[in-house]
Design a protein. Structure first.
Ligand SMILES: NC(=O)c1ccc[n+]([C@@H]2O[C@H](COP(=O)([O-])OP(=O)(O)OC[C@H]3O[C@@H](n4cnc5c(N)ncnc54)[C@H](O)[C@@H]3O)[C@@H](O)[C@H]2O)c1
Ligand SMILES: O=c1ccn([C@@H]2O[C@H](COP(=O)(O)OP(=O)(O)O[C@H]3OC[C@@H](O)[C@H](O)[C@H]3O)[C@@H](O)[C@H]2O)c(=O)[nH]1
Length: 314
């Protein structure tokens, strides 16, 4: 199997590449523009005969002979996707069009990593795949959430019109080693802050909720979806739901009991609650997450301590 992973130098993408490379029958090609990813995440594969890394921006067409495409390329942290919103929209729309064009040309199956953000600020809880969402089309997050909604539409139009084999994963907040240290997302922020002995910055009101999935569970779900018979969309996430205050308290207790927790201003349109209904993933993919938040946080701490050069005391 020859497999293209767009965005493979990023957080989830590089863990996915690790898993795909474990199978000696796979050849893996990564296409990435290194906006939020890094060659460092793939250093153990560079030079491997079954691995290729291409500096490529998905807003430009790409021609490679592959059997499967995991299409992840897109900045995922709100600070990065809001940094150049027009580029984010282009990545989601033109990038997905280009990858669908490639899938059509070479007859590949394509999986899109969509997001729980397609549900916007959800009015039903937990979110099922049949919920159409509550999304602001003109807000500061729209380049990402509306961008992903159009990407999903393109996937289904190519499927209906051209018979392309598609898979759509709606990923809920994922965390783990290799997240950018200054990524801006909440788990990486809190862990880096706790290790640096800086206050944990809970954005007001702090009662907003998220459900956090450890990256190895996520990768397992994505591969099952690609290999299975269902187009999706399928929610992939961990239904354990936490307020941001609870998350901060967990990080404080597990990583640095001395650290302060402070309240800071939030950004517009922050979803107030988010929790996946994973009935479909359980029934159709035989998948459910295994790693609880309190077990996953220490696994991530090790990696952050190494990169920050702050060893654990005692
Ligand atoms: N991590 C999460 O919690 C989460 C949640 C929902 C959806 N997702 C989706 O999963 C995917 C991966 O997310 P991640 O957390 O690994 O983010 P990430 O930012 O670590 O990785 C994204 C990768 O895409 C690359 N990229 C960005 N724009 C590109 C372009 N135009 N051309 C080529 N490469 C480009 C980046 O350089 C990076 O390597 C994204 O599609 C994201 O929307 C992630
Ligand atoms: O330092 C911080 C950062 C963030 N937060 C809060 O933590 C919550 C989560 O924020 P994040 O930036 O980690 O992530 P979000 O849930 O907003 O977006 C995320 O969801 C789905 C994915 O598609 C995106 O890739 C991902 O970034 C928000 O309520 C935010 O206000 C803090 O309290 N403190």
């Amino acid at each position: 199997m020859r497999i293209l992973v767009t965005g493979g130098a990023g957080f989830i993408g590089s863990h996915l590449v690790d898993r795909l490379m474990e199978n000696e029958k796979n050849e893996v090609i990564v296409a990435d523009n290194y906006f939020t990813g890094s060659k460092d995440n793939l250093k153990k594969w560079i030079g491997h005969p079954r691995f290729e890394l291409i500096r490529h921006d998905v807003t430009e067409p790409l021609l490679v002979e592959v059997d499967q495409i995991y299409h992840l390329a897109c900045p995922a942290s709100p600070i990065f996707y809001k940094y150049n919103p027009v580029k984010t929209i282009k990545t989601n729309v033109i990038g997905t069009l280009n990858m669908l064009g490639l899938a059509k040309r070479v007859g590949a199956r394509i999986l899109l990593t969509s997001t729980s953000e397609v549900y916007g600020d959800p009015l039903i809880h937990p979110q099922t795949e049949s919920y159409w969402g509550n999304v602001n089309p003109i807000g500061v997050r729209s380049c990402y959430d509306e961008g992903k909604r159009v990407a999903e539409t393109l996937m289904f139009d190519y499927h209906r019109q051209h018979g392309i084999e598609i898979r759509i994963a709606r990923i809920f907040n994922t965390y783990g080693p290799r997240m950018n240290i200054d990524d801006g997302r909440v788990v990486s922020n809190f862990i880096a802050q706790a290790i640096r002995n800086e206050p944990l910055t809970v954005q007001a009101p702090g009662t907003q909720t998220r459900s956090f999935c450890y990256v190895s569970d996520m990768v397992d779900g994505l591969i099952r979806l690609m290999e299975g018979e269902n187009t999706g969309p399928i929610n992939i996430g961990n239904p354990g739901e936490f307020t941001m205050i609870e998350l901060a308290e967990n990080v404080k207790e597990l990583i640095n009991p001395e650290v302060e927790i402070i309240s800071v201003e939030n950004t517009p349109d922050d979803p107030r609650q988010r929790k996946p209904d994973i009935t479909k993933a359980k029934e159709l993919l035989g998948w459910e997450p295994k790693i609880k938040l309190r077990d996953g946080l220490p696994l991530m701490e090790e990696d952050f301590r190494q990169r920050l050069g702050v060893p654990r005391k005692n």
